[in-house]
Design a protein around this ligand. Structure first.
Ligand code: AMP
Length: 210
């Protein structure tokens, strides 16, 4: 994907600790016309684990650590190009819903060339016990080994605190919405959508007849 000469892609970001519900919300919003959900963790999980890249992912994720930034952004770009070329994602009429990327300030800087970040939704859940409970439940339902082990769970939450949360200082305060992630999912969704429908990119895109 060439950043220069191309329009930046309108995007909303969903930021939150593991277990806060980013994937649940992202998936639902991604089913609405004119939104395209991209979960970075899903992109990694779809890799063939026999490949070098797949092995690197397993190496880091099994410890609850982040995959190195260059590798992550390269893979993300390649996947986005792929979706664009196959017309699944249409950059001129779809708002990107990013979940799990950027995951630190360096990634946020690297993505600046590609994204027009319209809003950052911070799903807040200060209760670590609740986050861990949700992750253990997900481990069983979605077969996620990285969410099954207690020390990995704690490491994932700590990685979020240390590396991901500082992203919230990278973006202007005016585009950050704090959403209480301990509410019922439908209420979290309604809080997000209320804000989304006010965004300039949404108004522009929704006026286009397709
Ligand atoms: P997730 O499904 O978002 O919880 O991600 C699962 C794992 O994939 C993480 O613990 C990381 O090892 C890796 N991962 C996902 N997204 C990123 C990212 N943006 N940067 C680095 N590692 C990532």
């Amino acid at each position: 994907m060439e950043a220069s000469g191309k329009q930046k892609r309108p995007a909303i970001l969903i930021i939150g600790a593991p277990g806060a519900g980013k994937g649940t919300q992202g998936r639902i919003i991604g089913t609405i016309p004119r939104f395209f959900h991209c979960a970075c963790g899903d992109v990694f999980r779809s890799l063939d684990t026999r490949t070098e890249l797949g092995q690197r992912f397993v190496e880091y994720s099994s410890k609850g650590e982040l995959v190195p930034d260059e590798l992550t952004v390269e893979l993300w770009e390649a996947q986005l190009d792929n979706w664009t070329e196959t017309y699944l994602y249409k950059p001129d009429i779809d708002i990107l819903v990013l979940d799990g990327i950027p995951r630190n300030v360096r990634q946020a800087e690297m993505l600046e060339a590609y994204l027009d970040v319209q809003q950052v939704f911070h799903l807040t859940c200060p209760n670590r016990t609740e986050l861990a409970r949700r992750m253990r439940k997900r481990a069983l339902k979605e077969n996620r080994i990285d969410d099954a082990n207690e020390s990995v769970i704690q490491n994932r939450i700590q990685t979020y605190e240390d590396e991901t949360k500082p992203i919230l200082d990278f973006y202007p305060r005016s585009i950050i919405s704090e959403i209480d992630a301990t509410q019922q999912p439908v209420k979290v969704l309604s809080d997000i959508l209320r804000r989304v429908t006010d965004l300039p990119a949404y108004r522009q895109i929704s006026a286009i007849k397709v």
